[in-house]
Write a protein that binds this ligand. Structure first.
Ligand SMILES: NC(=O)N[C@@H](O)C(=O)O
Ligand code: NI
Length: 168
């Protein structure tokens, strides 16, 4: 059993997987006659030609911990972002796009803890666990792709691969 180390979410550490959506420490410029900071283009919505960018809300139940990480999923046709609406921390488990095949090297799987002031934008094809809320019925604004085709591949690890996520 390998317990994943939960890393703090930083722009640098998360770069192989996507963008961190936050204002802390980020550049901005003033708009609205000087009353508003615009933290511009913190992430990009990635879509295929037939895709449409849509905005949804996910209300997520917490899962039981320690949690066995049995699968990850990816969205081959577009990015997917999660922005916490209630300001609570949440967890992320990710793996890089890799060679594009339906396979994940378990040694590349990483876990992060996002603060309630951080969102993430998974880039197209990045493997990730379905949303991991730490408060029951927590809500997230989700910006992702709608359109034709199957935009959700699920990969289940072999039973011999035992990855676990524990709360500190
Ligand atoms: N399936 C779905 O819309 N949710 C997942 O993509 C997820 O990342 O939570
Ligand atoms: Ni997803």
């Amino acid at each position: 059993m390998k317990t994943l180390k939960i890393e703090p979410l930083t722009r640098e550490a998360f770069a192989p997987f996507g963008d961190v959506i936050e204002s802390e420490g980020r550049d901005y410029f003033m708009i609205n006659n000087g009353s508003t900071r615009r933290y511009h283009k913190l992430g990009e919505v990635q879509l295929d030609e037939q895709g449409q960018g849509i905005i949804s809300i996910f209300r997520a139940k917490t899962l039981a911990y320690p949690l066995a990480i049995k699968m990850l999923e990816r969205h081959p046709f577009g990015s997917q972002s999660f922005i916490p609406l209630f300001g609570h921390d949440f967890l992320l488990v990710v793996a890089p796009v890799g060679d594009g095949s339906m396979n994940i090297d378990p040694s590349t799987v990483r876990a992060f803890r996002a603060s309630g002031r951080q969102g993430v934008n998974y880039h197209r094809g990045v493997w990730h666990h379905p949303i991991l809320a730490l408060r029951d019925d927590d809500e997230f604004l989700v910006v992702d792709r709608s359109g034709p085709g199957n935009n959700c591949d699920e990969f289940f690890f072999d039973e011999s691969v035992q990855l676990s996520l524990e709360l500190g």
